[in-house]
Structure formats: structure tokens, C-alpha cells
Design a protein around this ligand. Structure first.
Ligand SMILES: [Zn+2]
Length: 120
């Protein structure tokens, strides 16, 4: 998964299709991410000592990472990501539309190129 917290993504599916928003958190092990204002649900809270009013709490739920595309900071298009691994083992993301370098992913480590592509 090549999307990180703080990225801007465009949602491709569901009610929020076309929405561009910031990624609040990612869960790489499940391939999910939370996007600001997308897939918002309301939790109905009972009155309690902590929350004497009770009421509704709105909260974003995670969506599948395959349902969003990263918005390229260089060309502004929602794009799929290319990924290349340098000799030092640093994974770098690139925009498939304009080829811009979109920063590195994770920490530098020794990963064979084929394996890196499979896990992305
Ligand atoms: Zn681009």
C-alpha cells in the first residue's frame, strides 16, 4: 500500500465518489484507510458521566485503499502510483500521469525489486 497518512486522495466509489480529502490514518495490514469526511457514521451515545448530554457522535470509518487514488501534488490528477526501488532499498512513489516523484515510502531496507512490487 503506497498511500500514507496526510496524503490527499480522491475517492472513486460509493457516496463520496469524486471527493478529495486528506488521509487521517492508514492500516497497512488490512489495506484500509480513514479519509476525512468520507464514510462518516453516526454513533448514538447514551447519557453517561463522561458525556452527560448523550447524543450523536460522528466518526469516519475505514474504507478500502483500493477505492481511492492519490492526488498528485505536481499535476493535480488522481493517479495510480508507480513505485521504484533504488539501489539503497529506498522505495519511491511516482505519479503515473506526469512522472513526478511523490516521495519515498517507508524506511530504507533491503528488498528485492520484485518482492517490493508484490507487497505494494
Ligand atoms: Zn502527476
Amino acid at each position: 500500500m503506497l498511500i500514507r497518512t496526510g496524503d490527499t486522495v480522491e475517492v472513486q466509489t460509493g457516496n463520496s465518489r469524486g471527493t478529495r480529502a486528506r488521509v487521517l490514518s492508514v492500516d497497512p495490514s488490512r489495506g484500509k484507510l480513514v479519509v476525512e469526511g468520507v464514510n462518516r457514521v453516526y454513533r448514538h451515545i447514551k447519557r453517561s458521566q463522561k458525556n452527560p448530554q448523550g447524543g450523536r457522535l460522528s466518526k469516519e470509518m475505514p474504507i478500502d485503499a483500493s477505492n481511492v487514488l492519490l492526488v498528485c501534488s505536481a499535476c493535480g490528477k488522481a493517479t495510480r502510483l508507480g513505485c521504484s526501488v533504488s539501489n539503497g532499498g529506498v522505495k519511491t512513489r511516482t505519479c503515473r500521469a506526469c512522472g513526478a516523484d511523490l516521495g519515498q515510502v517507508g524506511r530504507a531496507k533491503e528488498v528485492p525489486a520484485g518482492q517490493a512490487a508484490a507487497s505494494a
